[in-house]
Design a protein around this ligand. Structure first.
Ligand SMILES: [Ca+2]
Length: 283
C-alpha cells in the first residue's frame, strides 16, 4: 500500500501514475498483469505508459499497435538477415529461420557473419561491442549479452560494472539523497538513468501521438492528443489551414501577433484556430 496518495491519473493506454508528497510511483502494468500483449510481443513498462515490443524474429513495419498485434514474422531468408553459409539453404520459420542441408550435400554448418566465415561451434566477441558474445550453431549465429559471473577472476569489468568492488562504482541520485550501485537504473526528469561508474541518462522514448494538437500533462513525460487547440503545447502546423486576424490579414499556422488595440494580448494561429492570451509579464 502506498501512503499519502494525492492524485491518480489514468490515460487511454490504461497506464497509471501515482503522485505522493515527494515521490512519483509508476505502476508496472506489465508485472501487474494489466496488459495483454500479443504472443509475438513482450510488455515493456515505462513511466506513465507501457508498450508491447515485438519479440526477436518479428517486426511491426512501423505500424504501431499498443498490444503488439502488428508484429509479424521477419522473413530472414528474403531480407538477407540469415547467416546460412553457402552450403546450406535458408528456410523461413515463424519467429526465426533454419539453415537446412540440401539432400546429397555434406554441410559443414558454418555461418557467415559480417561477411566472414565462422565455423560451426565457433564462439567470438563482437568487434563493435566487446560485451556481446556470438556463436555459430549449425549455420545460425546466436548473439547475447555476456553473462556476468562476479566470481570469475577474468571477468571484463567494463561489461559487468555491477561486479566492480571499488567504491567509485557507486552513484549519487540527482537529488543527492540516494546512492546506486553500478548497473542500477532509475527514472528522473523523463530520462532513464543508469549508474555505470558515473550517472548516464538518456531520454525516454514515447509512443507516437498521431494528431495535430498535443500537450504533455504535468507529472508525465509523453505528449497526449488534445481536441482544444488553445490547450496544446505543440501543434503539427498545416500551412493550408490559415487564420484571418482582426484586420482581415491572413496568418499562417504557427505565426503569432499582438492583437490589434492591445499591448499585451498575444494571438497565435493554430491550424485555422486563433488562440489569444494575455502575457502576464507584459502588464
Ligand atoms: Ca522468420
Amino acid at each position: 500500500m502506498i501512503p499519502c496518495v494525492k492524485n491518480h491519473f489514468h490515460n487511454d493506454l490504461r497506464s497509471a501514475l501515482i503522485r505522493t508528497e515527494s515521490h512519483l510511483f509508476y505502476i508496472d502494468e506489465c508485472s501487474e498483469g494489466l496488459v495483454q500483449c500479443d504472443t509475438h510481443a513482450t510488455c515493456v513498462n515505462l513511466p506513465g505508459w507501457y508498450h508491447c515490443e515485438c519479440r526477436e524474429g518479428y517486426h511491426d513495419n512501423e505500424v504501431f499497435t499498443a498490444n503488439g498485434e502488428s508484429c509479424k514474422d521477419i522473413d530472414e531468408c528474403r531480407t538477407g538477415r540469415s547467416t546460412c553459409a553457402n552450403d546450406t539453404v535458408c528456410f523461413n520459420l515463424d519467429g526465426g529461420y533454419d539453415c537446412r542441408c540440401p539432400h546429397g550435400h555434406n554441410c559443414t554448418g558454418d555461418c557467415i557473419h559480417d561477411s566472414k566465415v565462422k565455423h560451426n561451434g565457433q564462439i567470438w566477441v563482437l568487434d563493435n561491442d566487446r560485451c556481446s558474445v556470438c556463436s555459430c550453431q549449425s549455420g545460425r549465429v546466436m548473439c547475447r549479452r555476456m553473462v556476468c559471473d562476479c566470481d570469475n577472476p577474468t571477468l571484463d569489468l567494463f561489461c559487468c560494472p555491477e561486479c566492480d568492488p571499488r567504491l567509485t562504482s557507486q552513484c549519487l541520485h540527482q537529488n543527492g539523497l540516494l546512492t546506486y550501485s553500478s548497473g542500477d537504473t532509475w527514472i528522473e526528469s523523463c530520462q532513464r538513468c543508469q549508474c555505470l561508474g558515473e550517472v548516464d541518462c538518456w531520454p525516454l522514448s514515447c509512443p507516437p501521438a498521431d494528431c495535430d494538437f498535443t500537450l504533455v500533462p504535468e507529472g508525465e513525460c509523453c505528449p497526449r492528443c488534445v481536441s482544444d487547440p488553445c490547450q496544446a503545447h505543440a501543434v503539427r502546423n498545416d500551412i493550408t489551414k490559415t487564420c484571418e486576424d482582426e484586420h482581415g490579414i491572413t496568418r499562417f499556422s504557427g505565426s503569432s501577433w499582438v492583437k490589434h488595440g492591445t499591448e499585451c494580448t498575444l494571438c497565435q494561429c493554430k491550424n485555422g484556430h486563433i488562440c489569444c492570451s494575455v502575457d502576464p509579464m507584459c502588464l
